[in-house]
Ligand binder design. Structure first.
Ligand code: GDP
Ligand code: ZN
Length: 384
């Protein structure tokens, strides 16, 4: 057995309770006994002592070619077997993270909610290593389950950690759709934030949808002209009102059968929309504070709600600004699909000063939105 295996074995055994350790030892001993005789060499007896709740227990075992440790290792590996992609071959201990607390998280496991502790290693790094929507593998410790590790993510939405910019903070994981919620008023429409979200959504692999809430406060359709640049991008734009119960079916149609997350500025009505879609859910809505009409900033945790059999919706706390994590200049460009088919004179055109730049020509002609182009320039500058 190599050093790596020994460390793994030691670490795994340390996580078990004395009783679990004994059970595992017994299983390993049985396996070893049943191993083909040809592997048996000598008949020396070895005594293994295990600490049990009711005192030490001695197990007498004959040495065979494969040591007991090797059988223990095999069992531990089988209990948490994974394929080449890191996915468990046995999915019976797979769970989905619903919400996260310090050192613990609520998971959906075999159709039930469970509050499970994280392993010490996960707890140490929980702000970066685990997110709502993550698929995790549990291991059983007596009657309890512990969150052992996070499985590879299909998609994610991340931003830089507010304290340590170089560190990734995953907001939600394994989402099919990210609904960028904005409101007509209070707070006013901020297309710049939409642009930043779009870059992050595209990078994380999910599909973006824009939901314009509080449509009941709209005085004139022209107030939505700021969204014109997004119409040619093929991003669905849903107009809705949680209050007036308008557009909720259109919104639902975008989410149905998928895992979706609501993101956006605080006070735009994310929670109100979740509540309006499913009134039976009990969600705290930001109270209007004092004389100002903005929803007060309520610090909430991201939480996943089950809407019917196949639809999951994650409500995230509001954020004031949205940084972009470890973005390269190429990635900035890739986030502007409207530039994709434009042929500039220079292949590595930065679309800032070069002659015969097709992007700038398109902006001049009005086929690419000036507003989006400005966002591009800002983002480009922030990464160079
Ligand atoms: P969140 O921070 O994005 O989750 O926003 P909340 O759902 O807490 O809502 C913030 C405030 O906006 C609350 O006072 C809501 O009552 C109000 N609100 C939400 N949706 C609407 C809407 O469609 N129309 C109007 N007029 N107000 C809304
Ligand atoms: Zn160019």
């Amino acid at each position: 057995m190599n050093e790596q295996d020994k460390t793994f074995l030691k670490g795994q055994l340390a996580l078990l309770t004395p009783n679990e350790r004994l059970k595992l030892l017994k299983r390993a001993a049985l396996l070893r006994k049943a191993a083909p005789k040809s592997t048996m060499r000598g008949a020396a007896t070895r005594t293994v002592v295990t600490e049990e709740d009711d005192g030490p227990t001695r197990l007498k075992m004959r040495s065979r070619s494969a040591s007991l440790d090797e059988f223990l290792l095999r069992l531990l590996r089988e209990d948490r077997a994974v394929d080449e992609a890191g996915m468990p071959t046995d999915t019976s201990l797979k769970a989905t993270v619903i919400t996260i607390h310090k050192g613990r998280c609520d998971v959906l496991f075999r159709g039930q909610m469970r509050n499970c502790p994280l392993t010490p290693e996960l707890e140490r790094t929980q702000q970066t290593s685990i997110a709502v929507g993550d698929h995790v593998l549990l291991f059983q410790r007596g009657e309890h389950y512990v969150v052992d590790r996070v499985l590879p993510r299909k998609t994610k939405l991340s931003r830089p950690d507010p304290q340590t910019e170089t560190r990734e903070r995953v907001i939600v994981a394994n989402i099919d759709v990210v609904v960028i919620v904005v409101s007509v008023f209070s707070p006013p429409l901020h297309p710049r934030l939409i642009d930043r979200f779009l870059v992050a959504v595209q990078r994380g692999g999910a599909r973006p949808v824009i939901a314009v809430n509080k449509i009941d406060l709209l005085r004139d359709e022209s107030e939505l002209d700021v969204l014109d640049p997004y119409r040619p991008l093929g991003i669905p734009i849903v107009k809705c009102s949680a209050e007036a119960k308008v557009g909720l079916q259109d919104l639902m149609a975008e989410l149905s059968g998928q895992t979706a997350a609501f993101v956006g500025h605080s006070g735009v009505g994310k929670s109100s929309l979740v509540q309006a879609i499913r009134p039976e859910l009990d969600i705290e809505i930001g109270a209007v504070s004092g004389g100002n009409s903005r929803g007060s900033h309520t610090t909430r945790r991201s939480t996943m709600y089950q809407l019917g059999q196949q639809t999951q919706l994650i409500d995230t706390p509001g954020i004031r600004s949205f940084g972009l994590w470890a973005l390269s200049a190429d990635e900035v460009e890739e986030s502007f699909p409207e530039f994709a088919n434009l042929q500039c004179k220079f292949r590595n055109c930065t679309h800032t000063h070069e002659p015969q730049c097709a992007v700038r020509a398109a902006v001049d002609q009005g086929t690419v939105s000036e507003y989006r182009y400005e966002t591009f320039l800002r983002l480009r500058e922030s990464v160079s």
